[in-house]
Design a protein around this ligand. Structure first.
Ligand SMILES: [Zn+2]
Length: 483
């Protein structure tokens, strides 16, 4: 989270308006696409700028260089070696990777922490390179979108405030790794990725291992969802079966295996050495979420969101959505605090507040609040001044009845805003990955007892070491732990 920017982004339409003909780099056969290569690269560059606004780039030149080196080797062995590829690690806790048209490829540090070898990193980058070489996204962009990059934000919160929860790039691309392009394109990207791994000297089996990593995330989320009494997130819904049992996946990886070098490598040690020290969970400038509570040391604040709500910590705001997605509460750093909080609200011109602005003090901080409607939807907006900054808390709901139901939740979150205490600052400290060598007989339960990861520590430790749901460390095994 950082001070706001103007988020303007267009939506990659899913409609297929096929108007021109070109040759597909992978199949070599004519393929209907709307764009020339230079248009494709231009579009990638444009979206890249949006990605860099929405996400922070992870601040480790060494890790960026390592990931880029692995990616460039694969791209060099791909069907489109002649365009420039850009591999970037994003400072996000999401477990994700995605590709933009024209060779812009991203992997989150959230995903990197769950990988266990350079070959697995290569599998992710190779899969995304496959989307680029087969021009999947290009095929999905409509002629209208390609020639006329329209700004179109459908807000589920408050229009005019650049709230983009419904269509932000995060949501737009959030599921791209597995669901963004549909099953056929995904399988083709797995196939191409495995082939690029084989041609680069990595073991193509790493593609299956990566899909197991993602499948385990899904299984783990189902476990957590049960604990929290919510629906599991269907974010890798493409695999009804476990990747181990997926016959088509086995077939495409098998084909890559047949061209693999006899001395293909995984480079597990090198990978672990490069990722030690990487942040696990939220980083300092993003703030930390623990048990629905948001802590931000740099901004000096704490806020408690309602229990069971789904919290997204985005680059410029924190959003919480009700379990049934019909209400939201959002926190953002608005601007410099000028004038009184009441004046501040009055100046937010896109609302017609009338005179019902109430001045108040929230935990000793000057504040003002109002309830209004925006496009027929009820909204409660509160501005709170802290350290010369104005913070906005916006609660909204799909209808009046829903708003009334969540009114107490919205009020409780709003009035929980307070300057961060010293004790909370300690809780807000970011965690990092360390590498240890497993002693004889050590168990994940034992490691979990001294872990800061809370009640699910044992599962997290198994997940990051690819031993979920019931594996145990072997003596001498290099293990990732979180400190
Ligand atoms: Zn994909």
């Amino acid at each position: 989270m950082k001070p706001p920017f103007d988020l303007k982004l267009s939506i990659i339409g899913l409609a297929l308006w096929l108007t021109a003909c070109a040759t597909n780099p992978v199949t070599g056969s004519p393929n209907f696409v709307t764009m020339t290569e230079s248009q494709e690269i231009g579009l990638g560059r444009q979206y890249d700028a949006e990605v860099r606004k929405q996400y922070h780039v992870y601040d480790s030149p060494e890790l960026q260089e390592y990931v880029n080196q692995v990616g460039q080797k694969l791209a060099h062995n791909s069907h489109r070696p002649n365009i420039s590829y850009h591999f970037t690690v994003l400072d996000s806790t999401e477990v994700n990777a995605f590709a933009l048209p024209g060779g812009y490829i991203y992997i989150t540090r959230g995903l990197i922490t769950y990988l266990n070898s350079e070959a697995e990193l290569g599998a992710v980058l190779g899969h995304e390179t496959g989307h680029v070489t087969a021009r999947h996204s290009v095929q999905q962009i409509s002629a209208a979108t390609a020639t006329n990059i329209v700004v179109q934000i459908t807000s589920v919160f408050v229009p005019g405030m650049n709230t983009a929860a419904g269509s932000s790039l995060t949501n737009l691309l959030g599921n791209a790794l597995l669901s963004g392009y549909g099953r056929e394109h995904e399988l083709q990207a797995d196939h191409l990725g495995a082939e690029y791994l084989a041609r680069t000297g990595y073991d193509p089996q790493a593609m299956v291992q990566v899909l197991i990593v993602l499948k385990n995330q899904e299984l783990f989320d189902a476990e957590i969802a049960k604990q929290e009494g919510r629906e599991p997130r269907a974010y890798h819904g493409l695999f009804a079966t476990h990747p181990d049992n997926d016959t088509r996946l086995k077939q495409v990886v098998g084909e890559a295996q047949s061209i693999a070098r006899p001395n293909s490598v995984e480079n597990r040690e090198a990978f672990l050495q490069h990722i030690k020290g990487i942040t696990f969970g939220e980083s300092a400038d993003q703030g930390t979420i623990r048990k629905g509570k948001f802590y931000h040391s740099e901004l000096g604040l704490t806020l408690q969101f309602p229990e069971g709500w789904h919290i997204h910590n985005l680059a410029d705001r924190v959003q919480a959505q009700s379990p049934t997605n019909d209400a939201g509460i959002e926190l953002r750093v608005a601007n410099k605090a000028t004038g009184s909080p009441e004046d501040y609200l009055r100046k937010m011109k896109w609302f017609s507040f009338g005179e019902n602005i109430e001045s108040l003090s929230i935990n000793g901080l000057p504040a003002a609040t109002t309830e209004t409607t925006s496009q027929g939807k009820p909204v409660k907006i509160t501005v709170i001044y802290l350290n010369n900054k104005a913070f906005l808390i916006v609660g909204s709901a799909a209808s009046r009845a829903v708003f009334d139901r969540y009114h107490d939740n919205i009020n409780a979150t709003t009035t929980s805003f307070h300057p961060i205490t010293d004790a909370e600052r300690k809780l807000a400290k970011p965690l990092m990955i360390r590498i240890i060598t497993a002693k004889q007989g050590v168990t994940y339960a034992e490691l979990a007892r001294s872990s800061p990861l809370g009640k699910n520590a044992e599962s997290y430790l198994r997940l990051i070491n690819a031993q979920y749901p019931s594996g145990e460390p072997a003596q001498g095994q290099e293990l990732k732990i979180v400190e």
